[in-house]
Design a protein around this ligand. Structure first.
Ligand code: ATR
Length: 272
């Protein structure tokens, strides 16, 4: 079982192969991490890929959209948090049993903790997709006071019920009262990188603003937050920590954090 990889949309742009292969090389492991193309609109192909993990000697893989929910049908077990969140981004082949994990949980928490301890802080999460659900679950469990805003209110309402949190109906002056604001929508990503759900007037100087978008790294929201004098956390920080957790799930040993971090920034640098 020495093959690992990533499946999903835009795998060619993913920064995960650079990080995982650098860690594998550094530790001298007999493994390789590949981009694995699977047709995005064929459930059959996804199912076969999962059934044939042993045949293809796949020890584990990363999952991106659009497969994060559908792939749950092919798992034998789940990390309990992944089941509650309702999506996975990591699969471990554990002696022919597929186990689904969601590492956006630890990934987001570790990234936030670099700038602020979210316990008892008032947090606004923008979005109601799979990433938003993982972040909301994690922060609620950790002891933050979490609110959600979503363009489509019905989806926000479902989340307020599942996770027992509050919602904001609109992005009004109340936004300024939040200690931490997290953009978990795709707003601000290419090809619409000039958009931001908030402007600097709505962000408190004492806030910490995180954007999970990584294309581009410095989004319009991050620029607005800087203009407001707030601290910022860009999307690649979460990617680093979610990758570290993936590596540790697959290889059952401590990931070489500095090696992965260097590989991440080298790869980002190459793409500029
Ligand atoms: P992921 O799984 O990556 O989190 P997703 O499930 O497609 O992605 O969710 C995307 C999120 O971005 C949703 O919360 C979506 O809002 P809606 O539920 O209203 O669709 C949000 N989003 C995408 N484009 C947006 C836009 N232009 N304005 C506001 N929110 C947007």
């Amino acid at each position: 079982m020495n093959t690992y990889g990533i499946i999903g949309h835009r795998i060619n742009q993913s920064l995960l192969p650079a990080m995982h292969n650098a860690a594998i090389k550094h530790l001298g492991l007999d493994a390789q991490y590949h981009r694995i193309p699977i047709s995005l609109d064929s459930s059959e192909e996804l199912a076969n890929f999962c059934y044939e993990t042993d045949l293809n000697e796949i020890g584990g893989f990363s999952v991106t959209n659009p497969f994060k929910q559908e792939i749950m049908n092919y798992m034998d077990h789940f990390d309990p948090a992944a089941k509650i969140i309702g999506s996975i981004n990591t699969v471990l082949n554990e002696e022919s049993l597929l186990i689904g994990y969601n590492t956006n949980t630890l990934g987001s928490l570790e990234a936030i903790k670099e700038k602020v301890d979210p316990k008892d802080r008032k947090v606004l999460v923008l979005g109601a997709g799979t990433a938003a659900r993982a972040i909301i679950y994690t922060l609620k469990e950790y002891g933050a006071e979490v609110y959600i805003y979503n363009r489509t209110p019905k989806k926000a309402e479902e989340i307020t019920k599942s996770f027992e949190i509050e919602s904001l109906d609109e992005l009004n002056e109340k936004v300024k009262s939040f200690d931490i604001i997290i953009n978990a929508t795709s707003v601000g990503s290419e090809p619409h990188s000039s958009f931001s759900l908030l402007n600097s007037n709505q962000i408190s100087k004492s806030a910490v603003v995180m954007d999970i978008v990584i294309d581009p790294i410095e989004t319009e929201l991050i620029r607005e937050a800087k203009k407001a004098g707030a601290k910022t956390i860009t999307g690649e920080r979460m990617l680093l920590y979610l990758a570290i957790r993936q590596f540790e799930i697959w290889f059952k040993q401590e990931a070489p954090r500095e090696v992965m971090e260097k590989a991440l920034y080298d790869e980002i640098g190459k793409r500029k």
